[in-house]
Design a protein around this ligand. Sequence first.
Ligand code: AAT
Length: 291
Amino acid sequence: VIPGWFSEISSMWPGEAHSLKVEKILFQGKSEYQNIMVFQSSTYGKVLVLDGVIQLTERDECAYQEMITHLPLCSIPNPKKVLVIGGGDGGVLREIARHSSVEKIDICEIDSMVVDVSKQYFPDVAVGYEDPRVTLTVGDGVAFLKNVPEGMYDAIIVDSSDPIGPAQELFEKPFFASVAKALRPGGVLCTQAESIWLHMDIIEDIVANCRQIFKGSVNYAWTTVPTYPSGMIGFMLCSTEGPPVDFKHPVNPLDENECQKSARPLKFYNSEVCSPNHLLFIQHLSVCHHL
Ligand code: AAT
């Protein structure tokens, strides 16, 4: 450990630890679920850390939040009801709010301290909560989904931490089954699905589970996030049986002119990044096994 630097050390990425220079620690606390820290870095703005793992930095959060949101929402016509599991910082809410067809945005985050800390230290991210379509439930996403009426949502976005700690069940088959049930026919799931450089074992399990449960299509996409382990992170993009969804050819493009004129322009996503650059076909994923 280098004095004055934060190093992201975890058994989930043994033998490597990305480091950021710390200017100042702004917050340190312990919630019911995890240790929470916010620090000012020299080059990535403020950084949110849960149990020693970076959740976001001000500089590169766009590449994650925009992709996890617009990959699914641009792939279906007229999304109206959207659910977010995790994502307590509010960044995914901010991105969903760009879609004018959306009428209802529900979020279930387990840890209210993440919400409070984000509102205090990351106003440009937590701004997502200010949208009147948003309803926050503080609770476990697994339990929340059990009470959702069948076919309720057009899209579900699982912005989850890694599968060590409170997010473990969000990577398991029963959870995917309850997601599928909560989606309408032809509805879409996008879930945080780790890095092909570190976690092919986890990804292969997720792919196998999703293939059994999602009878529409099952895809893996990725984006670059320099402060996430290995500098990239993936998403599982699935649809339920019903009107077919082709994630490679989004039918519901964002009005990019409109977005660029808004108070917070898009920084990373555009309809070209979507296909084919950031979608890896499952066949190609099995090649990645040799990485
Ligand atoms: N958008 C920033 C990135 C995140 S946040 C993940 C969130 O998931 C955290 O706020 C955490 O409290 C919440 N969470 C964890 N488990 C659950 C659960 N069971 N139900 C609801 N919310 C939960 C993801 C960062 C990815 C890091 C990659 N290394």
